[in-house]
Write a protein that binds this ligand. Structure first.
Ligand code: ZN
Length: 206
């Protein structure tokens, strides 16, 4: 990643959308928080939103695996972002954006059209390796995209996928995204070591 990219601009001349994506453990939230710290130093007015269903660290902050945190507002619908937006806000960050409804794309566009710098982070793929929520559309609408890599827990190479484990074995393709009972965990994996048993072959048969 460039050290002196767009995120260092002090004067906001027009709105834009920045997407920071990648698998779990790729440092997405840490990168967003780094940009927000710099925006604060540049005296920008920052607001952070996150979906209320993400209960990992409570509703009042966004926290990276590396330990950084930032005050955040939990919203149950992306339309609440407009209701809660302060008049002087110049930077809006949205964490875990893949969990919002499809309308999140229009919300981000409208914010950017109002001159706001919009920074969103989220998973680009679910545990099956399929595109996650509205992320594909956000990636195409964004001015700036950074896809971060994690480290594969099997080979130590670059990892772009999230391996879901249930009771110590790879989660099956058809298993629900939200699990009731059982113990689940996640690991970063490369393409070669990402396992999704029971995945149907969707290629045309000859
Ligand atoms: Zn690997």
């Amino acid at each position: 990643m460039k050290a002196n990219g767009f995120e260092d601009t002090i004067h906001v001349v027009s709105g834009s959308i920045e997407v920071v994506t990648g698998s779990m453990f790729s440092g997405k939230t840490e990168e967003m928080l780094r940009r927000l710290r710099r925006a604060r130093i540049a005296r920008q007015q920052v607001q952070v939103f996150k979906p209320k269903l993400d209960l990992r660290y409570g509703h009042d902050k966004v926290k990276s695996h590396a330990g950084s945190e930032f005050k955040a507002i939990g919203v149950s619908s992306c339309s609440e972002i407009f209701d809660l937006l302060n008049p002087g806000t110049t930077v809006v960050a949205i964490d875990e954006v893949q969990f919002f409804e499809p309308e999140i794309v229009e919300v981000c566009d409208r914010l950017a059209e109002q001159g706001i710098r919009v920074i969103v982070t989220g998973l680009d793929q679910d545990f099956r390796g399929a595109p996650f929520g509205s992320m594909p559309l956000l990636l195409s609408r964004a001015e700036h995209v950074d896809k971060l890599q994690a480290i594969c827990m099997v080979c130590g190479g670059s990892a772009s996928r999230t391996q879901r484990m249930i009771d110590g074995r790879p989660a099956f393709y058809e298993e629900p995204t939200v699990l009731v009972g059982g113990s689940e965990s996640y690991e970063a994996r490369c393409r070669e070591h990402h396992e999704v048993p029971h995945q149907l072959n969707t290629l045309p048969q000859d």
